[in-house]
Design a protein around this ligand. Structure first.
Ligand code: 9YT
Length: 126
């Protein structure tokens, strides 16, 4: 059994900070669960282009407000209680009106250091 606390992650290599988001990586590939679990802050006033070409991601908003715009598709408001799952590797823009706190699950699991490349993609690290 694995037990961790967010406070154990903050300030370690499992906290990954970028100009638009700060990802606290609670469960990673090394934990052998078959998925990754993050507690992520999307910074207020930011827009991030994302394309998880190599991953499936489910997101559950627990704080803050913003929106997700699917490229070539719809725009959905995000507020606490809203969940979305990128079941089709949709390219999208994530915008935060206020700082959004998101619970994110990735399959396959992240190894820990992934950040979006110039195409908004996380590499598949084996
Ligand atoms: C919701 C979302 O995709 N945010 C970008 C960061 C990512 N979820 C992560 O690595 O925590």
């Amino acid at each position: 059994m694995i037990v961790k606390h967010l406070q154990d992650i903050i300030g370690t290599e499992d906290e990954v900070d970028t100009p638009t988001w700060n990802s606290r990586r609670l469960l990673l590939k090394k934990d052998n669960m078959g998925f990754a679990l993050n507690d992520t802050l999307i910074k207020a006033g930011t827009e991030t282009f994302i394309w998880y070409a190599n991953h499936l991601e489910a997101v559950y908003c627990i704080e803050g407000e913003g929106e997700i715009e699917v490229v070539g598709g719809e725009t959905y408001p995000i507020r606490p209680g809203m969940t979305y799952a990128l079941s089709g590797h949709e390219k999208h823009y994530l915008r935060a009106k206020s700082t959004m706190r998101m619970v994110c699950v990735f399959n396959p699991p992240l190894t820990g250091r992934e950040v979006h490349d110039e195409n908004g993609v996380y590499p598949l690290i084996e």
